[in-house]
Design a protein around this ligand. Sequence first.
Ligand code: PMP
Length: 510
Amino acid sequence: MHPLAKLDHRFIWHPFTQMRDWLKREPILITKGRGALLQDAHGRQYLDANSSIWTNLHGHNHPKINKALAQQLRNIAHSSALGLANQPASLLAGRLVRAANAKQGPSGKGRRYAAPAPRRLAKVFFSDDGSTAIEVALKLAYEIARRTHGNKNPRFLSLGGGYHGDTIGAVSLGHIDRFHKAYSRLLFKTDYTMAPYCYRCPFNRAKPERADARLYRQCHWECLDQLERKVAIRKKKGAPYAGFVFEPLMQGAAGMIPQPEGWLGRAAQIARSHGALLIADEVMTGFGRTGFGAQTPATGGNRSDLQPHGIRPELRHLASRPEPILFATCKEGVRPDFLAMAKGLTGGYLPMAATLATQGVFDAFLGEYEEFKTFFHGHSFTGNQLGAAAALANLDLLESPGCASSAMRLERALAEELKDLWALPNVGDIRQTGLIAGVELVKDWRTRQPFQPGERAAIRVCETMAKRGVLTRPVGDVVVLMPPYCMTRAQLQKTVAALADAISISKRAL
Ligand code: PMP
């Protein structure tokens, strides 16, 4: 065993890992990365097929992000945001606000559902990771309900199967028994409403087909009726939900559960019209993950700060360029009250997160010092300069000519490659939104019968893929493919071929 692997075995406790299994074999110890490839301590190469747990966007060791970090290092790595401002965080906040307020792209035009009237996201609270971004939104929404609406016991609603992080507030919003049940006495109570999990929805009357279940489902949007009932009851009691928390377009750790077109706009409209603030968790979905859509500059957010005479000459080149749609909420014309982002914010380089909020939320925390309306929350590394520098370079890359079109090409290629998997009887559902794909494994596609947890079906498939040089992790019985945007067609073919192979090989055992 490599000496570093021995050290790992001796001292490290890995996240979401049964350490008894971990200690049985030599771990893959990563020493290098370039583009979509990772290299281990023995010089073996692997494709990073889940973008290092959904974080990486443009590939590893990207020259532009590396350069931005090196430049920033020449100035300063970190100074506190408690009492001090800094350059990269200020620039980044402005750009995030603009990106988050983008209007819906062409796919939203002529849509047949009502989205709630947009609210403008105006302020950025920086933190460290997805969980803290959610905690910030939770605490802010809680206080709004208490202070502004006189609600003594603000309560939150989230989606069945939801996952929003591992800190106690975020866990309270979660509804995955396997992760969350053990801590139930430690948590505060939240409610859930059913997610639109078309493949396993009790209201979907359609028999299984060899297609994404969203496309052949037969239902009457009963999931939205349930949401409406829940929010209506709370409103009637005079204590509307403080917030409705959701991942837009695709629920990740719940099992890559995509929302059928129109669900998000409708759900947001229902929740908001019953008094709930909308808390969008774009920790996984943000920064183009759910697919890019183009829009003209005229429809963007406030671009006055980008005019050639404006204060930010470094951004002038963006003034005349169509903006890509970076957030899933924008794609269905939903402008939430809070937008939480992390993972892809720095292109997957550094732990940094942000929670965007409306001016109205911000104003509710203004007052004289002694009124103590201050938002008493913050982290040591809030607004960290290195993270912000990486995030600015990430935004430059996302907005650069060709990024959206090449990501869209990769998206189409992924759809094309995945088609072959329908031939496998252990593939129950294949669901793709943008550059996120989930392949749900079942005992037999005709019955949708799931595997027993002890069979470790998807784990074994991923282990076989790793032997073929492709790394990813499953969620439950769902194998996740989430390539970095720089993955080549050949690498994508290798990825999907490894998955097909792994399922076929494991078939006897499955
Ligand atoms: N929200 C979502 C939707 C996530 O997928 C995750 C992490 N997978 C989180 C929140 C928590 O993020 P972090 O692990 O960075 O705390």
